[in-house]
Design a protein around this ligand. Structure first.
Ligand code: HEC
Length: 112
């Protein structure tokens, strides 16, 4: 019984590594930068939003960015603009875009 649980945990650990490994390794930020031209009108060329209803995505976690883009594409998250934009993106496009926006360095200044 205990043996079975241990084996299960080991399997989970391996699967977790594979998933996060893929998320980090698959994206090409240079390719993502080129693909991000279509995003700049709303999210800015540097990932800092141009409009008050648009979130900043510069420096955001690539895992989070990828998850959100896949959610828009799959319909689990819906927005009149983003759902349309995410629909034609491939897994590679999403990984590249996530790598690009995640690579932008952001400085945070907390008010006194
Ligand atoms: C026409 C304007 C527009 C364009 C172009 C656009 N977006 Fe968005 N994006 C939005 C809006 C508006 C939201 C907020 C949606 C909501 O409120 O749920 C958003 C949300 C997002 C989010 C979720 C951020 C978060 O903090 O949860 C990501 C990631 C994102 N966009 C990536 C992209 C990428 C990558 C592209 C280009 C392929 C792109 N967007 C193009 C308007 C745009």
């Amino acid at each position: 019984m205990l043996k079975g649980i241990k084996a299960g945990l080991a399997l989970l650990a391996v699967a977790g590594t594979a998933v996060s490994g893929a998320a980090w390794a698959a994206g090409d930020s240079a390719a993502g930068r080129a693909k991000a031209r279509q995003c700049a009108a709303c999210h800015g060329a540097n990932g800092v939003a141009k409009m008050p209803n648009v979130p900043n995505i510069a420096g955001e976690s690539p895992i989070y960015l990828e998850k959100q883009l896949k959610a828009f594409r799959g319909g689990e998250r819906a927005d009149p603009q983003m759902s349309v934009i995410a629909k034609p993106l491939s897994d590679q496009d999403i990984a590249d875009l996530a790598a690009w926006y995640a690579s932008i360095k952001v400085t945070v200044t907390v008010p006194e």
